[in-house]
Design a protein around this ligand. Sequence first.
Ligand code: SF4
Ligand code: SF4
Length: 356
Amino acid sequence: MRDAALTRLRNFPSRMANVRLRDRLFRVMLARVGMPRMRRAVELDLSTSRLPGAITSLESSPSRFDIPLGMAEMASSRTDLTISIAFGLHRLMSLLRNKRIAVESIATNPESPVTEMSEELKQRTLGLLRSFGVTIVGHTRLPRRPIFRGMGVLCTNAIVLAMEMDRGRIEMAPSAETARMILETYDRLGIAANRLAEFLRSNGLAGQASHPLGGLVLYPPFAQLAGLGWVGRHGLLITPELGPRVRLATVFTSAEDLRFADDGRHRWIQEYCERCGRCIRDCPVEAILEEPVVSGDRVTHIDRNRCFPYFLENYGCTICVKVCPSAAGRTLRSSPVLWVDWLSSEWSLSIAASIV
Ligand code: SF4
Ligand code: SF4
C-alpha cells in the first residue's frame, strides 16, 4: 500500500507532463483537423435553406448554438482549462461524415415522391429502426418556429427518433466512459436517421435526415410536439420511459398519413419538475436557472458561461441527466421500439411489459 503510494508520488511529475502534452496535442488536432471540418458541416447545414421549396425559419426562430464548434473554440482559446479528452478522432470523423451524408443525400430524393405509407411499410420501418437500436418514435407536423435560423426543411411531416443512452454509464458521470458512450449514441443515431431517410427514398417517399448533433430544428420542444415527452427544467426532453436518458434526431418525410400523438399528454412532467428541482440543486456550478429566461420565443434553461467550462474539464459532465429521478430505475430491454400513437394496443402492451 505504502509502496504503491510512493510510486504514484514519484511518477506524479511525469504524469503531469503527459497531461500537459496530451492537452496541447488535442488542441492542435482540434484547430487543424476538427474545427475546419466542423465549420464546413455548419456551412452545409445552412445550405439546406437554399434548396428549392425549402421551408425556412421565422424571425422568431432560435439561432443554433453549435455545441461541438462552440466547445472546440472554447477549448482552443481557453488555455486555462484542462480539457478531458474522451473520444477518438475516428468518432468525430464518423459524426461529421454522417452529418454530411444527411445533407448531400437529399439530392437522391425521388422527383415526385409519394405521400402514403402502407401498414406493411410502417411495420418494416419499425423493424429497421429496431435493428438500429432506436427506442422511441413519434410524429409531428412541422411548425416553422423550431427550425433553426438559416436552416431549411423540405417536408412538413416528421418522424422523431429517440435512442436510449446506457443507464450504467450515465450513472458513472462525469467520466470518460460516459462521454464515450454519449458520443457513440450520437453517432449510432445519426447513422439510423440516415438509413431511415434512405429507406423511405427507396420506397418512393422523400426523406431528409436531421442529425442528432446540431440538427436543423430545436429538438426538445420538437420532440415534445411529437408526444415523446416534455421539456424539463434542465432544458432536455424528459420521456416517461427513460427520462432525459435519450438522444434525439428527426427524419422529415413526404408521408402524410402519419398519426399524431396528443402533444399535451405529458404535461404532468412539468408539475413533477416543479416539485423536484434536483438538477438545479446538484449542478456543480449552479448553471441551471431556477426559472427559465424567456426572451421573445427563446427559452434559456442553462447559463452556458458556467456550464461549458465545467463540461469541457469534466468529460462532458452529464450530472444533470444522471441525477434526474426520471432517468433512473428503468430501461427498455433489448431495444424494442415504442411507437407513439402508431402501434396497435397489443404492441403497446408488449412494450409496457418490457420496461424493467
Ligand atoms: S452538464 Fe453539468 S455543468 Fe452543465 S448544466 Fe448539467 S450539471 Fe450543470
Ligand atoms: S432533475 Fe427534477 S427538476 Fe430537473 S429535470 Fe429532472 S425531474 Fe425536472
